[in-house]
Design a binder for this molecule. Structure first.
Ligand SMILES: Nc1ncnc2c1ncn2[C@@H]1O[C@H](COP(=O)(O)OP(=O)(O)OP(=O)(O)O)[C@@H](O)[C@H]1O
Length: 233
């Protein structure tokens, strides 16, 4: 198999997460390189979203180190962490979390503007990403008129506009019917290679998880590798 795995983009070293009154997991170890995808599964309430928030720099772990693009995320001041996230991380949520009154191009371009791109560059890049991902932009419809699949593709374009080295996705196909689920999953799992980024994706859906290069599960209070054959069909 011609695996293309680059230097680590994400490294978890002994990471433990707690919420008030409860330990979720401890001693989590994970290394994820550019070009590679990992699916995170686990029972409801096991801490999958908390793990993503921790990698996003928004939930400091109780112990351990989170390194993104070579930098210790919680060893830097908050303002630098926000900048580091904008420069290196893209995020796709279950429901897209787009601004419904804006057009898809505006939703995507806004992320580019916030990432420091000039107006012409951000709008040009937003349009070309949406064209590439198959989202209609011609008549500039409001985002809330798009199909569920088109909305998630718009969310993917928004996550990509600042050329992240790490892409995070929390149940990105959870709100879609099977046809859209398959096409959005196919798109997401093509990105590590086509965009030279790493993908860490949380899902309840075994068919989606099987598309990843590797699977891990939060179980028994830690992060465990899951033995599973890769299924890209
Ligand atoms: N800020 C918080 N304060 C208290 N409890 C929290 C907080 N955030 C999350 N929790 C609890 O921590 C546990 C893990 O939540 P999390 O959302 O990470 O789980 P999950 O594995 O993603 O669940 P699901 O699959 O249902 O989305 C849950 O029991 C949740 O209620």
């Amino acid at each position: 198999m011609d695996e293309v795995v680059g230097p680590p983009v994400l490294e978890l070293d002994g990471v433990s997460c707690r919420v008030p009154g409860r330990d979720l997991f401890a001693g989590a170890e994970l290394s994820l390189g550019a070009g590679e995808s990992v699916a995170v599964t686990g029972a409801s309430g096991s801490g999958k979203s908390t793990l993503l928030m921790c990698v996003l720099g928004m939930a400091e772990p109780a112990a351990g180190t989170v390194r993104v693009a070579g930098a210790d995320l919680y060893g830097m001041p908050e303002r630098r962490r926000v900048r580091h996230r904008r420069d290196h991380v893209g995020m796709v949520f279950q429901f897209g979390e787009l601004l419904p009154e804006l057009t898809p191009v505006e939703n995507v371009a806004l992320a580019g503007l916030l990432g420091g791109q000039g107006r012409a560059d951000a709008y040009g890049e937003a349009k070309s990403l949406l064209d590439e991902l198959g989202v209609p932009t011609g008549s500039s419809p409001a985002t809330d008129t798009l199909s569920g699949g088109e909305r998630q593709r718009t969310a993917v374009a928004r996550a990509l506009i600042n050329k992240p080295s790490l892409l995070l996705a929390d149940e990105p196909t959870g709100s879609l019917d099977q046809e859209h689920r398959d096409s959005v999953a196919e798109l997401l799992f093509s990105l590590p290679r086509s965009r030279d980024c790493a993908l860490l994706l949380v899902t309840h859906d075994p068919a989606v998880a099987r598309r990843a290069d590797r699977q891990v599960a939060i179980a028994e209070g830690t992060l465990l590798p899951v033995a599973a054959s890769k299924d890209r069909a």
